[in-house]
Design a binder for this molecule. Structure first.
Ligand SMILES: [Zn+2]
Length: 316
């Protein structure tokens, strides 16, 4: 199926029922032997079978969308690992691998994470350099067969807006943008102090088609339901995506572990959907077991929509 048909089908599917995302990639790669802090994107060409295995696990768990192994795929992050000149190759390979497993049975979400620095005037990175890095990554992900692009784990609305604009300029039909929030005394805020409403407004102005939250610091699954309601209120007609961590990370015997079981994750799903989430997946610590537990809840065909269908999405 041509890419444009698949992205149209994705718009249609989003209007028909809630969709199921996949879970953490990093956690799976570490289980397959990736050292903490190592450059996981190198595995897209070095150990493609391991990346295929992770995608296959999530596909078999029921995920409607498979996320490429490119969270740290900008030139900035790759160079911090000493990897230079390989943005196009590693991102293209990642999208190909996800496409191989997804075929026409699932959608491929090309993943763009933060570039790892701070933009001027807070930091020393000129916005045009960050924009060029996002654009190069987006070009390769689309060339490799991504159906939509996901700008995720953002804290700075200006950076998120740059990435969304770059993804759109690269030709992505659908761009998702999600921020990472923490719970503060005055409510949910990104690390930069941005509210859900301001974060959503920034990426909507930049052209995002879906908005939401992923990951998070000290956010329980109950917090995530409250945060979802704030995002839905801010998003207006746009669908909201939420991909919580499987609880907060804790250090157990020197290893990071996540508290929420697959069953707890599944128990939270109806609350996320009732709050208006239209795409639910998992972030850090979530596994294929978490996604499999979500599948019957998120994909239940009889679930009535708690909110009207987004006006911006039209049926084919
Ligand atoms: Zn995370």
């Amino acid at each position: 199926m041509p890419q444009t048909d698949r992205s149209l089908a994705l718009r249609t599917a989003l209007a028909l029922r809630p969709l199921l995302g996949d879970g953490a990639t990093g956690t799976q790669l570490q289980e397959l032997g990736l050292a903490p802090g190592a450059c996981g994107e190198l595995w897209n060409t070095q150990f493609p079978d391991r990346i295929r295995r992770v995608h296959r696990r999530y596909f078999e768990a029921g995920a409607d969308l498979l996320t490429t192994n490119t969270f740290g795929g900008t030139s900035f992050v790759l160079e911090s690992h000493g990897v230079t000149g390989r943005v196009a190759e590693l991102n293209y390979a990642a999208a190909r691998l996800a496409r191989e497993i997804a075929g026409d049975r699932a959608w491929v979400l090309g993943d763009l994470g933060p570039f790892g620095g701070l933009l001027e005037p807070l930091g020393d990175t000129p916005p045009e350099l960050a924009a060029a890095a996002f654009r190069a990554q987006a070009d390769a992900l689309l060339a490799g067969g991504a159906d939509a692009l996901l700008v995720e784990t953002m804290s700075d609305p200006a950076e998120a807006a740059l990435a969304v604009q770059a993804a759109k300029a690269a030709g992505a039909d659908l761009v998702f943008a999600t921020f990472t929030f923490q719970k503060t005394a005055v409510g949910y805020r990104t690390m930069m102090g941005t509210t859900a409403a301001a974060a959503v407004a920034a990426v909507v102005a930049a052209g995002a088609d879906l908005v939401g939250a992923n990951c998070g610091t000290a956010l329980s699954l109950a917090d995530y339901a409250h945060l979802t309601a704030e995002l839905v209120a801010a998003a207006g007609a746009l669908p909201v995506i939420v991909q919580p961590n499987a609880g907060s990370p804790r250090l157990v015997d020197g290893r990071i572990s996540y508290a929420e079981s697959a069953a707890q994750f599944a128990a939270a799903a109806p609350h996320l959907l009732a709050a208006g989430a239209r795409l639910v997946g998992g972030c850090c610590g979530s596994t294929p077991a978490h996604i499999a537990a979500l599948a019957p809840i998120v994909k239940a065909p009889s679930r009535p929509f708690p909110h009207p269908q987004p006006a911006s999405i039209t049926l084919a």
